[in-house]
Ligand binder design. Structure first.
Ligand code: NAD
Length: 444
């Protein structure tokens, strides 16, 4: 099939590349000229394991190309995916300006029948708006070209995106007619080894809703477990044991019940807010959804509070080594990362920071912690420890899992560790002479 993917970010670039890998002819479009020029030179704008080799291979094979001109890539195109950002608007709702801009451009330039697919995460009712926008643009041109609008939300996880896309647990397709559904089934059937059993079809609104509910459910698990962790600390229980105790129940399960420093990233925070907003627009106060967000906002600062409790309100003259800036491992994405909140809080109290992350240093320096002079960026996790009063772990990168604890002890001014991801065994830490603070267990 001939496919155009509009928006070449985490979702667009991964989706387009994976469709090309399956032999489709794909053009990825973006308004960011620099990004497109770099991609043509083989420079990948994001870190995503396995992506670079796949992009280069398909670009060389000519199954994948890049362009800034949507108008030149709609003729003869079978399916156009809209994969632009849907950032949070001022009132918490998803801002659809990029999606509707793309819809307008599609209507202004399409000449042959087309399936338009909303792959961006968009609130219920967006497909109707996309359809109306395209129709209006076609009417302005006084032409009539057949098109359908489909909802096909994306469930890939940054850090494992290629794997998620190539071997999906499920693909959700919301379409209004059987013929369109069958075309989408044909497109995705190559990704399923045994037929298309995991292609779940439904109406458009249910598909749009499915994405928000999936993210809100996962965020709820995280916030619930963080709330439990905070209670555990107060009552003298160990959340690590409680987690194992409850996960053994099949109805609960072990996945996504790890306590930590709160969720971040480009999806959960904005999607939870948007679901709350959608409910409110329909006259419903979604109390649980609002609580998930409120718990998370507090949780992002739990580690900073522990630091203040140990070192005092005024942190002038103190230096902290930060291990991990990205919102989760295996990505350079720092959107809404707990590290931003923790670092800003400590710096506002006079502390100096020595930070290291395997992939997100550039993002931190250029965008999320830009201009904060109290932050020094280091070349390795051990370099952060020089003259530091304590180490604070905020992202559970594998390379932080089994560090050289002797080195930590030698380099730190005093052996104090704050672990925002419960990576270490507290008994072992104490035996080795560390003062060890974690989430959901009172330190002795
Ligand atoms: P992103 O910010 O990485 O990429 C969006 C891209 O769209 C940018 O490169 C931007 O320049 C481009 N763009 C904006 N307007 C454009 C236009 N008019 N024409 C062409 N390109 C345009 O965003 P992302 O993380 O890939 O997310 C895209 C959507 O997918 C969002 O709705 C998001 O919620 C959803 N989503 C993201 C993830 C994820 O893990 N990042 C997972 C599932 C779903």
């Amino acid at each position: 099939m001939k496919i155009t993917v509009i928006g070449t970010g985490y979702v667009g670039l991964v989706s387009g590349t994976c469709f090309a890998e399956m032999g489709h002819s794909v053009t990825c479009i973006d308004v960011d000229t620099k990004k497109i020029e770099k991609l043509k030179e083989g420079i990948i704008p994001i870190f995503e394991p396995g992506l670079e080799a796949m992009v280069k291979r398909n670009f060389k094979n000519k199954t994948l190309s890049f362009s800034t001109k949507l108008s030149e890539h709609l003729e003869g195109c079978d399916i156009a995916f809209i994969a632009v950002g849907t950032p949070m608007g001022d009132d918490g709702s998803a801002d659809l300006k990029y999606v509707l801009q793309v819809a307008k451009e599609i209507g202004q330039h399409m000449t042959t029948p087309l399936i338009v697919v909303d792959k961006s995460t968009v609130p219920v009712g967006t497909a109707d708006k996309v359809r109306a926008t395209i129709k209006e643009a076609l009417e302005e041109r006084n032409v009539d070209v057949n098109f359908q609008v489909v909802s096909n939300p994306e469930f890939l996880k940054e850090g494992d995106a290629i794997n998620d896309f190539m071997k999906p647990d499920r693909v959700v397709v919301g379409a209004d007619d059987e013929e369109t559904t069958e075309k989408m089934r044909a497109l995705y059937s190559t990704f399923f080894r045994s037929g298309s059993a995991r292609l779940i079809t439904m109406d458009v609104r249910s598909a749009e809703m499915t994405k928000y509910v999936a993210n809100a459910m996962l965020a709820t698990k995280i916030s619930f477990m963080n709330e439990v962790a905070n209670i555990c600390e107060l009552v003298g229980a160990d959340v690590n044991d409680v987690r194992i105790g409850i996960g053994s129940d099949n109805r609960i399960g072990y996945s996504f019940i790890y306590p930590g420093s709160g969720y971040g990233g480009s999806c959960f925070p904005k999607d939870v807010k948007a679901l709350h907003r959608t409910a409110a627009e329909h006259g419903y106060e979604a109390n649980l959804v609002a609580a998930v967000e409120a718990v998370n906002d507090k949780q992002k600062l739990v580690i900073a509070k522990k630091v203040v409790k140990r070192f005092g309100e005024d942190l002038t003259g103190k230096t902290f080594a930060i291990w991990g800036l990205a919102f989760k491992p295996d990505t350079d994405d720092m959107r809404e990362a707990p590290a931003i909140y923790v670092i800003k809080e400590l710096v506002s109290r006079g502390a100096k920071i020595r930070a290291y992350d395997p992939k997100a240093m550039h993002e931190a320096q250029e965008f999320y912690l830009k201009g904060i002079e109290a932050v020094t960026y280091c070349n390795s996790k051990y370099e952060t420890l020089v003259d530091a009063d304590a180490m604070i772990l905020l992202t559970d990168w594998k390379e932080f899992r089994i560090p050289d604890f002797e080195e930590l002890k030698t380099q730190l001014k005093q052996p104090v560790i704050f672990d925002g991801r419960n990576q270490y065994n507290d008994k072992m830490m104490k035996k080795n002479g560390f003062e060890y603070f974690q989430i959901g267990k009172k330190s002795d």
